[in-house]
Design a protein around this ligand. Sequence first.
Ligand code: SAM
Length: 456
Amino acid sequence: MAVHLPEAFRERMQAQLGDNFEAFRAALATEPPVSIRLNPAKPVAEGDVATGLSPVLWHPQGYYLPERPVFTLDPVFHAGGYYVQEASSMILEKVLRQVFPRQHPLKALDLSAAPGGKSTLLASWLPEGSLLLANEVIRSRVTILKENLDRWGYSNTFTSSYDPESFAGMNGYFDVVLVDAPCSGEGLFRKDPDAVNEWSVDHVQMCSSRQRRILAAAVKLVAPGGLLLYSTCTYNEFENEQNAEWLAREQGLTPVELDLPAEWDIVNKGLGYQMYPHLVRGEGFYFAAFRQMRGFGFQGKPQRNFTKLIPISRKQEAAMSDWLEDADKFFYLQRPDDTVLMAPASLRQDLLTLDRTLPQGVWMREVGEFKGKDFIPAHPLALSIDISSDLPYVELDRDLSLQFLKKENLILPDAPKGWLLARHRGLNLGWMKNLGNRMNNYLPKDWRIRMDIREV
Ligand code: SAM
């Protein structure tokens, strides 16, 4: 399927690639590779995802699939067993490994995070004890970001929705700031025809200026010694090299030279690196890494209380050990609407800081709600990697799993009474409650599969 390239784009790429332009154009006429990244915290047996997987060279959990399946009809996908991610962007893991070879806890901010591809990559890579804040300014995109992070299951991952400038009170706080910037999307032309239609010389210019505004806010947030990681899925110098040079020259950041094997065919662009679809098995992607060698660290005062959240009672806290593998590792807060939230106890002071400094705080993982003596577990708890392994469950085959994910009430005559986890290939899909005469399905309405599962 040939992509019709805008004239001005074609001329620019011819100038950029010279003799290699034809190979580039030919690559755009081929099917885009399909790739997934497995969740190391939710292992599944080989063959449970797909057959014929081949590894992505630059990511230990990255795999290509021989063809594109209907991911919506794979319960393992809904359980957070893997994330469908374009292969080139998985390179960021290599960058992180090189910049932080030693494993110590880090505070990371993904400033433009929706739908969550790079945030889930970060969550899996970050050393034990780290904190990740996944931020997305566009409100309508936050729902999918939260869903994907709930699926991924990590309790150290929080969400927010701020304009990058609203983080000003957090200057010098984060060890890693990722700016995976909104861009003109030239690298996605093969996958996404809308990107071709939206492309224009003016749009590129607009993207470049917007990126500088985002980067100017981002630079200040990086702690001394920390990393600013800039990436786009585009090729032009206005959004890539010129912004990288501006970061080094005007913002005083120190470029990090990366050691990338020559056989990966990633092109060194001076301060950054470019992946092209005629050279790698993936889409177009640009990335550049910088160290903040100047400035001051965050100077926040220790805080005692959250603004709108209150601790749960001791008795309720004790009850959490029925639901979590190691309940003492967490602290619990209650929202004004009674929803109970959890976060790692080791991050309490950090969450207080975020809560007190950011106008609306951050979203934490929902675990459920106490109703009198009863606890009603929430969906994100079912998907949490910290859930107790002793809870009753029913292992469902693919058809029953899809019925569960369609939010149908299942008939399971031999199932134990009470709260039950619906499980597929060892991974939790959500909650059911067996009342004896019927089995209620607690999958949130918005999470249900909308396509017809029987006709495919
Ligand atoms: N990092 C995401 C991932 O890996 O799944 C993809 C991010 S996408 C390339 C860029 C994101 O920037 C979009 O979600 C978009 O809504 C967001 N965005 C748009 N305008 C922005 C702005 N002014 N500041 C920060 N982010 C913005």
